[in-house]
Design a protein around this ligand. Structure first.
Ligand code: THU
Length: 136
């Protein structure tokens, strides 16, 4: 079991603090994410649910959106760290894999799997994903 109150590094801690602010009254599954740029800047997000369930936003996408809002098209994303408040597994959903791939297929996603952190590239997590170059 991971110990989410003792995250493995400062970035994990930032994601953990974001998870504490998650708005998840329906699932009660609180997720935090930290998007890290090549320069080392960290942007956080948490899941934000909605009574209209499909309007729910994942932590990872909110972290990436915060990074884009601050850095724009020059965003150089290298890693997205994902934690849950309960320390249980949370592999990034398909939509979040797609969103990270848009900015950086080489960026890694670091997330909890059966109580341990695993780290995989967005490209590995979304093989043959639809990318900007596919638009004609
Ligand atoms: N959730 C995330 O924030 N990230 C994921 O990668 C998977 C799921 C959130 C969405 C929803 O608020 C809750 O977890 C249950 O699906």
């Amino acid at each position: 079991m991971a110990e989410p109150d003792r995250p493995d590094d400062g970035v994990g801690g930032a994601a953990w603090r974001a998870a504490q602010r998650a708005y998840a009254p329906y699932s009660r599954f609180r997720v935090g994410a930290a998007a890290v740029t090549r320069a080392g800047t960290v942007f956080t997000g948490c899941n934000v649910e909605n009574a209209s369930y499909s309007a729910t936003l994942c932590a990872e996408r909110n972290a990436v959106a915060a990074a884009v809002a601050a850095e724009g098209a020059s965003l150089d994303l290298v890693r997205v760290v994902v934690v849950t408040l309960d320390g249980e597994s949370c592999a990034p959903c398909g939509t979040c894999r797609q969103v990270v791939t848009e900015f950086a297929p080489d960026a890694t996603l670091r997330y909890l799997r059966e109580g341990r952190f695993v780290e995989r590239s967005a490209a590995d997590l979304l093989p043959d994903g639809f990318e900007p170059g596919d638009l004609r």
